[in-house]
Structures are given as C-alpha cells and as structure tokens.
Design a protein around this ligand. Structure first.
Ligand code: B12
Ligand code: SF4
Length: 557
C-alpha cells in the first residue's frame, strides 16, 4: 500500500483518470460475484421482482463516478457497466495515471479482479477504490489497491489532485433511468420523458442500526450536504431542467424531507417561478409528518419511498406515527408510496412473520420493497452481531445483498426460512394487491380527481400531465391487467375493472379508444414477455464511455 493520500498525485490535475463501475454481465451466476437474483436493476431486483411481465425494468447509471468526473478538472473518462473485455480495452487503448474503481460490498470479487487487470495491463497506474466496498473490514488484504477511499469521494479526489475540495459542487445532467421496459414493451427514450436525478446530499443523520448509507457517510447525526440551501438546489434544478428539458426529478437524498427549511425555501422559489415540477423522494415517516399534505403536493412530491420496517421494531423515524394511516393519506393526495419492509427483525418469529407481512401488505402501497434484515459490514448492526458471535462464517460477500438468505444467526428464524418468508412476501403482495402499475394508476386517478380544480396552476398542470398518461397508455395497460389477473385473483381483476371504468368516465373517448387499439397489442407483448422470462431471459445495461476535459495523450519519444 502507498501512504494515505494527504500528499497529492505527482501530476496533480494533469493526471489522466479512468473511473469505472464494476464489470458485467450482472444477471448471471459467476465466479466474480454476479448473481442471477441480483441484476443491475432497482425494481426487478428488490421491488417488483415477483410481478413477472408486469415488473418494472430499468437501469440506473453509476452516479457516484459521474459526480466525481464532473467535479475535477483533470482529463477523465467514465466507463460505466463495462464487460471485462471493454475494461481491458480501455486500459490498453489509453494510458491512465489513475484508475478509480467504484463498487459496493457484493462486488468485492469484481473489484479484486479489476485491480489485478490494472496491475497487469497498466502497471504504472495508481489504483483507487471507492464506494461502499471500502467499508469491508480488512478490505486492504482482499484487493490490491493503492488507496481505498471511505465516504465522500468528490472532496477526496479533489484533494488528491491538489484542487479546491470546498469548491461548489457542479451537478451533471443525469437521466434517472434508462431502457425502461414493462409488459414486454421497451419505452421510447425521448428528451424530457424520463426524470432527472438530483443528488442534494449523501448519508442520513437518522443512523438506523442496519443502514449502510448512513454509516458510510459518518453515521448518526452526520451526512454530507452538496447543496445546503433551497436557493442552491433550485439553481441546480433550473440548470438541469433547461439541459434535459425535464419537469420531473428523482431526488437521490436518503431523507430529503428531513431538511424542512431547505425544502420550504425550494417551494417558495418554485412558486415564484411558476415551476410545475414533480419530485420523487426518499423520506422517513417522521420527516413526512413535518409537512401538511398540501405542502407536499405544492412541492410537487409525487412519489415517496419510505421505510415501514415494522411497527414493533422501535425505530425513532417511525415513533408516534400511524404508518398505515400515513400511507393511505399520501395516496389519497395522489402521492405514490413505495413502502419498504424488513423481513427478519429481532422480534420476528416463524409464528408472527406471516402476520407481519400481511399487515405490511395491507397498507396497499403502490410499490413494496422487501429486504432481509442484514448486518452489512460497516454498520452498527454488523458490529453488534460480530461482538455477539452471531455472524455466519462462510457466507460469500456476493450473497450479502438482502435478497437471498440471512448472513447471521437469527434468534428464531432459520437461514432457509428467511428466504422462504422473503419470497412469499413478494408473491403475496402481488397476489393480493395486483401489479404495481395498476396501483400507481389508482393513486394517480385519486390525485387528479382531488386536484384538477386546485387554485394553484402549477399543481393543476402536474396532475393534468399525469392524468393524460392515465387516459391513454395506462388505460390500455389496465385493460390487459384486468384480463390477465382474472386467473390469479378475481377480486383484484374486478378492482382493476372498476378503476378502468372510472378512468373512462373522466375521458370517455380517448381512454376507450386507446384501450381498444393499444390493449390487444399490449396483451400480445405481455404474453410474449412472460414466455421469454419463463425461458430465462435477463436484461443487462449497455456500456457507456464518456470523456471530460479530454485531450489525447502526448506521445513521449
Ligand atoms: C442507484 C443505486 C443502485 C443502482 C445501481 C447503480 C449502479 N450503476 O451501480 C441499482 C438500483 C441497480 C442498485 C443495485 C443494487 N444495490 Co444499490 N444503490 C443505489 C443507491 C440508491 C444510490 C447510489 C448513488 O448513486 N448514490 C449517490 C452517490 C453520489 O453516492 P455513492 O455512489 O455512494 O458515491 C459516493 C461515494 O461512495 C464515493 N465513491 C463512489 N465510487 C467511488 C469511486 C472512487 C474511485 C472514489 C474515490 C470514490 C467513490 O464518492 C461518491 C461521491 O461522494 C444507493 C443508496 C444511496 N443512497 O447511495 C444504493 C446502494 C449503493 N445499493 C446497495 C445495494 C445493496 C444494492 C444491491 C445489492 C441491491 C439490493 N439487493 O439492495 C444491488 C446490487 C447490484 C449489482 N449487481 O451490483 C447498497 C450498498 C450496500 C453496501 N454497503 O454495499 C446501497 C448503499 C443501498 C443501501 N442502503 O442498502 N443500486
Ligand atoms: S431513515 Fe432510512 S436512510 Fe436514514 S438511517 Fe434510517 S434507514 Fe437509513
């Protein structure tokens, strides 16, 4: 190991840098730690994975390295989702002084292999590894890197290159999702059609014991703000709105609503400028309760990802909140809710587990993520479990992703049963509540009916935009879901039918016409997709190579 980088790289900002995410393919089982049940997808990995052809499929870029690239002045390439061959090709086609590799804990085997490849193919390069993989205790002995960076990487990299680490953060224009696919249809990618990702901060001060993001950026009471004020955030959002022609933002901040002063200032500026923006946010129940429903609606909050955990678990973010009532109220105001429930908390037993799952499902959230209670290296929970001697010794880190089996000894639930309960939760949610796409349509309709005559034109405009989709493509999708669900759960099929009738009441001609014309096509693509999935079809993200401040290397004679 070279010494810790208090000193700068000898070439400082002249150093040529490659930043890469770990290599694919991802949705397969291999020796480097890819797992077929752990694809490079958000929804299909951990939210809608039991929903077959109705599962929402999409990819997200590696925003950490995109943020670093945007905020340094050195010539820098970002290679995202490479194959091993593409990584090798880039290492040999260009000379890089620094190779930065970004990974999370499950990817440690790939990070190890990439370090090995750099040493072989580009022996003069300095290897820097960052991202959550750096939180593994003893990682230094597992991979051959020169520097392993824990926590926030922009300031570290600026420091290493001798640049001003406190300079304002520039935000790259990031399209939040790509290659979106549902019911066997690849959605067209038109400019402005997909939300932009905005990253106001990293970390979360709530410090829940299992939370790896919170722990990685300092733990309880700590986090790193990229944009402190509503004014700064508003300016960045305006810039990205202009660049990407979006009015919808995926706000990648672990607990956006916790910072009320910033959010309320943002609302004030949005009102002054007449911005009819939509925000998808992560927020804990205690943070949501800091706002009235009207404040949330006016702020454009249209989708909330919130931890439901379990009412009996005692997390401070849930204290004093009736989560069931809150999720219902949000949906009644047109705010889609993505609930997140943990399977295998300390108080769970084989006797109460099914009941706890049933009550979580009874909230009828639009989306529902289930995750195993997982002591992840670097978290207080991991520390505690290790001290109690409860960590299972032979679990491959590639399997510690919360969607397989316990990696610790639970007081009452066996490792095998952990998987059974988890799989059952996904299946039961789908069977009882129907496809998330239907549930989302239901919430959108409630919002539209409630706010279509609201005095603030920004709010009306937002709900109108959503209702337009409901009256067209979504209604055709409802037609298909109603048919297909007849065999799964007749009650759900009838509920979908009722919703479709309501949608058609709002817009009798367009909605009926689209269902009649587009419905049969969608039915065909849905069934074709179902067949493909049954035969084992998986999806992989494309490779990206993007250069910034790039000048071709000067050949030395
Ligand atoms: C978007 C996302 C994804 C995307 C993939 C993105 C991608 N292209 O890799 C999807 C949805 C596909 C995904 C999948 C998974 N994810 Co994910 N994901 C996230 C999420 C929500 C945002 C990441 C992000 O961009 N953050 C903002 C950026 C700015 O922060 P950052 O990435 O941490 O980068 C900063 C530093 O870490 C550092 N840094 C990062 N890279 C590098 C490189 C260098 C060289 C340096 C110096 C520094 C550095 O600098 C950056 C700026 O400060 C995070 C949660 C979170 N809030 O971060 C989880 C998170 C990273 N995912 C996580 C997990 C567990 C998974 C999955 C295993 C799914 C699952 N079952 O939960 C899969 C694995 C997929 C796979 N096969 O590899 C965990 C990681 C846990 C851990 N300790 O390893 C997180 C923290 C969520 C959580 N709290 O559990 N994920
Ligand atoms: S509130 Fe959510 S993001 Fe914050 S520490 Fe708890 S689990 Fe992590």
């Amino acid at each position: 190991m070279k010494p810790s980088p208090v000193e700068t790289h000898p070439k400082a900002s002249q150093a040529r840098i490659l930043l890469s995410s770990v290599f694919g393919p991802y949705a397969q089982d291999d020796e480097f730690g890819s797992r077929s049940i752990n694809p490079m997808e958000l929804y299909h990995n951990q939210v809608t994975r039991a929903q077959g052809s109705f599962s929402l499929r999409m990819f997200h870029r590696s925003w950490g390295i995109m943020m670093i690239q945007e905020n340094i002045s050195a010539p820098c390439s970002v290679l995202d989702f490479p194959t091993r061959e593409a990584f090798a090709r880039e290492l040999t086609a260009n000379h890089y002084d620094i190779v930065g590799i970004s990974g999370i804990i499950v990817n440690v085997g790939k990070v190890r292999e990439m370090c090995r490849m750099v040493r072989k193919l580009s022996p003069d390069s300095t290897i820097i590894v960052g991202g959550h993989v750096a939180a593994i205790p003893g990682v230094e002995a597992m991979i051959d890197a020169d520097h392993i960076v824990r926590g926030e990487g922009i300031s570290w990299m600026r420091r290493y290159l001798g640049e001003d680490e406190n300079a304002p953060i520039r935000h790259p224009a990031i399209v939040s999702g790509l290659r979106t696919r549902i019911m066997g249809m690849l959605l067209p990618e038109r400019k402005g059609g997909t939300a932009a990702t905005i990253i106001p901060s990293v970390g979360c001060p709530m410090g829940c014991n299992f939370c790896t993001t919170s722990a990685f950026f300092g733990g309880k009471g700590k986090f790193v703000n990229f944009y402190e004020t509503g004014d700064e955030l508003f300016a960045v959002m305006c810039q990205i709105e202009a660049e990407l022609k979006v009015h919808s933002f995926f706000v990648m901040d672990e607990n956006f609503l916790l910072h009320r002063t910033r959010a309320m200032r943002l609302l004030e500026l949005m009102k002054q400028a007449g911005k009819s923006w939509e925000l998808s946010v992560f927020a804990s129940a205690n943070a949501i309760k800091k706002y009235t429903m009207l404040e949330l609606v006016e702020l454009g909050v249209s989708w909330v990802w919130m931890g439901l955990e379990s009412p009996h678990a005692g997390y401070s973010k849930l204290q004093g909140n009736n989560v069931g009532e809150l999720t219902r109220e949000l949906r009644e105001h047109g705010i889609r809710v993505q609930g997140s429930t943990i399977i295998g908390l300390e108080h769970h037993t084989p006797d109460n587990m099914a009941e706890e799952i049933e009550s979580a499902i009874a909230y009828q959230t639009d989306f529902h993520q289930f995750m195993l209670y997982t002591p992840v290296p670097g978290t207080p929970l991991y520390q505690e479990m290790s001290e109690q001697g409860r960590m299972l010794p032979d679990v491959d880190l590639a399997d510690v992703h919360g969607q397989f089996k316990f990696n610790f000894k639970h007081a009452a639930i066996s490792r095998e049963d952990s998987k059974r309960f988890l799989d059952w939760a996904f299946w039961r949610d789908f069977e009882r509540n129907g496809p998330s796409l239907y549930r989302m349509c239901r919430t959108v309709l409630q919002g539209w009916q409630r706010y279509k005559n609201y005095p603030d034109p920004r709010v009306r405009e937002r709900f109108e935009r959503e209702a337009k989709k409901l009256n067209s493509a979504y209604n055709a999708a409802l037609w298909v879901m109603e048919r297909e669900f007849k065999n799964v759960n007749r009650t759900v099929s009838e509920r979908i039918h009722k919703l479709r009738r309501e949608v058609e009441k709002e817009s009798p001609v367009v909605a009926r016409l689209t269902a009649a014309v587009l419905g049969p096509i969608l039915l065909w693509t849905t069934r074709r997709e179902e067949n493909r999935l049954a035969k084992g079809r998986t999806y992989e993200p494309p490779t990206f190579l993007e250069r910034r401040n790039w000048v071709p290397a000067v050949e030395t004679p």
